[in-house]
Design a protein around this ligand. Structure first.
Ligand code: HPA
Length: 276
């Protein structure tokens, strides 16, 4: 499926020529502030996104824009250091080529990470949360314009139950507390209003953010097993009215994410040291 898209085939041919054919145990997308994960990889080889045919640029500060292959816990990992957002490109399919590339390179499981606002009182800034499901509040879909019946992607258990269970076991094993919840996708780039956050809560959201959902839809379209981890950088807007905590800022998002990147690194290392 992914190789029938000429843009993905061209990206995959380039990446294979540069990084070799050895299969990957896991592909990882590092969200805002989580780029330092790359520092944990040994034998790392990095390709700037600009070199890879048809790769979208990631212009958000806190995102390096490099594809890194390396080893973690002895296993080969493909790390996307930075992502393209729908709000940068005006296109919910901005991550189609990178996600399709994962499918074309042997379809390892895909672990997405993001920075998110929290609606869970018990999961404040610095905490990690496993995404169990999502609510798409953006009004967009990365499969608009897709012609085949494959566009009718089932989204029950989109967040792979076995991968989620493996992440929970890994979190227990390495002592990283892991909350869990439903992630609501707002298009951004402005943060949400307190009224929007109240709406999201009424609709069942526990986490809010500006990414991940289109990548999950694309991953399921390409037949990948996928899971997502949110790094809570702030309480969602107005969530703690009067404390000042409920007004998110990008600088805060980056700072908290950089601090917690270590927890994500330990969790992923523990995940890779067992069966996925
Ligand atoms: N809202 C949307 N995206 C985010 C937030 C938030 O509060 N924090 C980090 N990314």
């Amino acid at each position: 499926m992914s190789e029938s898209d000429p843009r993905i085939a061209a990206a995959a041919a380039y990446v294979r020529a540069r990084l070799g054919d050895e299969p990957f145990a896991l592909a990882l997308v590092a969200g805002t502030g989580l780029g330092p994960l790359a520092g944990r990889l040994t034998e790392a080889v990095a390709l700037p996104y600009g070199e890879i045919p048809h790769f979208p640029a990631s212009g958000v500060s806190g995102h390096a824009g490099r594809l890194v292959a390396g080893r973690l816990s002895g296993r080969r990992v493909l790390l996307f250091q930075g992502r393209a957002h729908a709000y940068e490109h005006g296109d919910a399919a901005a991550m189609r080529v990178p996600v399709g590339l994962v499918a074309a390179l042997g379809a390892p499981p895909l672990l997405l990470t993001n920075a998110a606002g929290s609606l869970l009182p018990e999961a404040g800034p610095g905490r990690l949360a496993l995404v169990t499901d999502h609510v798409n509040l953006s009004g967009m879909n990365p499969l608009y314009g897709e012609a085949s019946d494959a566009r009718f992607v089932p989204m029950v258990d989109a967040y792979d139950p076995a991968l989620r269970a493996a992440l929970k076991r890994a979190a227990r094993a390495c002592g990283v507390p892991l909350a869990e919840g439903v992630y609501a996708w707002f298009s951004g780039p402005s943060f949400e209003t307190p009224a929007e956050i109240r709406m999201a809560k009424a609709l069942g959201a526990d986490l809010v953010g500006m990414s991940t959902v289109p990548e999950v839809i694309l991953a399921r379209f390409f037949g990948l097993r996928v899971a997502a981890l949110s790094l809570v950088t702030n309480y969602a807007a107005g969530f703690e009215a009067g404390t000042g905590i409920g007004a998110p800022h990008h600088a805060e998002t980056k700072r908290v994410a950089e601090q917690a990147a270590d927890d994500v690194g330990r969790l992923v290392a523990a995940l890779l040291s067992r069966d996925l």
